[in-house]
Design a protein around this ligand. Structure first.
Ligand code: DQA
Length: 158
């Protein structure tokens, strides 16, 4: 979609992946499936377009880069889908940056974090998010996009 139209439509979604998500395809397929990050992003892109959303993708293994990306998002995106990987469980800097971004956000985990080790049951971002989706693999991103589409449709000017 043309950039101006995207701005007017409130449909720009930042899809942020954090630490070790670039290693998808090499990680435990029982937990994370077999898609590489590139393949996952293609699927998210298709799902987003089918919902009338315009995704932009970002992944880093550097916490400071993730934080700085969040700082810049306010003018670049209307909503956020984020899977911060292990940072989810302890990175208060990312929580603060998500609060600063002040955009509707949905947290996604490929694996069922509630059914794994106790440290994964803690999320420092979940109370800032509209929804947490976990254990649904790649389908979870579609659930997240649908939630954001509904949220942004409600926020769009008449
Ligand atoms: C993850 C779950 C985290 O506990 C883990 O550290 C990850 C990926 C997921 O998508 O299931 O790296 O966020």
């Amino acid at each position: 979609m043309h950039t101006l139209a995207a701005v007017l439509a409130h449909n720009r979604i930042a899809v942020l992946h954090g630490v070790n998500l670039d290693q998808l395809g090499r990680r435990d397929p029982e937990q994370y499936g077999t898609l590489t990050l590139d393949q996952l992003e293609l699927r998210i892109r298709d799902d987003a377009h089918a919902l009338g959303l315009e995704p932009q993708f970002f992944q880093t293994n550097a916490e400071s880069e993730f934080v700085e990306r969040l700082h810049r998002l306010r003018d670049l995106a209307d909503g956020i889908v984020l899977n911060p990987g292990a940072w989810t469980h302890y990175a208060w800097s990312i929580r603060d940056a998500l609060e600063i971004a002040a955009l509707p956000a949905v947290e996604v985990h490929l694996s069922d974090v509630q059914a794994r080790e106790p440290f994964r049951r803690v999320s420092v971002i979940s109370d800032l998010c509209l929804l947490t989706v976990s254990g649904q693999g790649a389908d979870g991103y579609r659930v997240a996009l649908e939630r954001l589409r509904d949220e942004l449709a409600g926020a769009a000017p008449a």
